[in-house]
Design a protein around this ligand. Sequence first.
Ligand code: SF4
Length: 340
Amino acid sequence: MTSPAGKTIYVEEAVREHPRVAAIIKHFSSPATKPCVIFCDSYQEIFNPKRNNFALQKEHPALIIARKHSGHVQPSPYGLGGKHNFYFSHMLNCIYDCSYCFLQGLYSSAHHVLFINYEDFFAAIAKQIEQLNNEECYFFSGYDCDSLAYEPVSNFTENALPFFSQHPNAYLELRTKSLQIKPLLKSKVVNNCIVAFSLSPAGIAEEYESGVPSPTKRIAAMQQLAEQGWMIGARLDPLMWHDKWQDSYSQLIDAIAKAVPPQQMHSITLGTLRFPRSMVNAVKERHPTAKFLVEGMIASDKALSAQPQIHKELMGFCQDKLERHYPSHKIIPNEVGSVL
Ligand code: SF4
């Protein structure tokens, strides 16, 4: 993750003395390279200005270490069938570069922001749990980032697992395309943690998921975790129409079913590709020839989404196929939400 010139790390003054900052700087240091550390008053000075060029920054993203002051927990636009759904973002942006990722339309900057006051997130989550009188609730950590990909730097999961193990009615979803499962493998299983892997057929992954471990490797990671007793999620979102899509989704679903037995599968979500209108231009600008923006898609005032017939076919086919391996209550069609 270190560029030849050394990683650029911006550090908010408010967290200058935080022990996690020293550990992260050490992580990016070697005898040959030292990170370039720049202090700033607020991460927004670097992250938000309009002059940012997402594509350029994506080549060599800086890391911005900051403190999250408020809004640690937000209502989630998606769920897994539960009544109370929230998301939280200890990180913004991602080390991978999926062509269809909605983050490129959401932020003008591709720098990685890490909010290291994890304990404040846990306090806000605990408050939310208390307000719900300890009713079952879900917390999604992969809305603005990949939950696990940055783990070697952030150590977030290592900190989050002990917290969630004390709140068995609060489910934590870690959503990832990464293989960063070490902190989970060395931890005791936390039954209310769902390790959810986003998966696409191999051809789609090769074409559109730059820098991401192959689906075969992700499925092997799922299997390893399932064998250790972790609850697994599979996220087939976005489903994309392409040549021979029945064959490729069939193979993908068979591979998942071979790796994760029904009792270890918490949930499988399905959703077709969709972008809010406001994001389409940003995606088109970076990927002007991407077939996924055109083939099987329809534009309206509000969104670019799969044509209704294609949506129906993709969802129906995958749902039928999944139901041959998993109980139907674990299969959740997702009509809204993110493309992560
Ligand atoms: S889709 Fe997910 S894995 Fe891909 S770049 Fe976006 S956040 Fe990262």
